[in-house]
Design a binder for this molecule. Sequence first.
Ligand code: ZN
Length: 253
Amino acid sequence: MIAADLQTAISQLRTLVGNADAIVPFTGAGISTECGIPDFRSPGGLWTKNRPIEFGDFLASQEMRDEAWRRRFAMEANFAKAKPGRGHRALASLYRAGKVPGLVTQNIDNLHQVSGFAPEHIVELHGNTTYAVCLECEQRYELSWVRQRFERAGERAPDCMCGGYIKTATVSFGQSMPAAAMERAEQLAGNCDLFLAIGSSLVVWPAAGFPLMAKRNGAALIIINREPTEFDDIADLVVHHDIGDVLDPFIAH
Ligand SMILES: [Zn+2]
């Protein structure tokens, strides 16, 4: 059912959220656009102009690793100044109220953590771009450290002390989805009574399987997204309005 207007959407959302005991939010790029994080996948987005560097290419050459880091630092102004938006804050309010056992996100911007979610209650399907890891020994590196080495070496990506390559903690194209994250996401989707898909076009598999999984397990499905999705037909409530406007009344002050 597609909500007729914003006020109807908010009132129906209030009822569904009020009746739920275990809400699992699933968030995509749309929740972060009001925070100044561009949607890379959108038409006209960065990835349509600048093809993303695939994992195999990153491994294959120093030049590609240098380029990957050059691009990441070019985006740093956006990521560093981004603060949680109304959607993040509303979900954090539901979390603090004990209604959200965990959240699944496709986003890499760390904004759910900043809004108040404990890291162990967030499943990041595509990883996190606000820090880096060694691909061999999994040692964590801060971006400021990487940047200092990078610039000092004339824009050359540094390696780990163990000799492994250092990469943002994101999941690149061609890099396998982390098994533990997938398993936790499946558990959350299969054990909630309300699945709340926000700001995702729900087309990127396997992530897009979770709403279906929740629905099959008897959960109610709510989709909040500017554009229609292919799961609109099976959702209990579909809201095609601005995410911040829809979720603003759910922020606890
Ligand atoms: Zn290492």
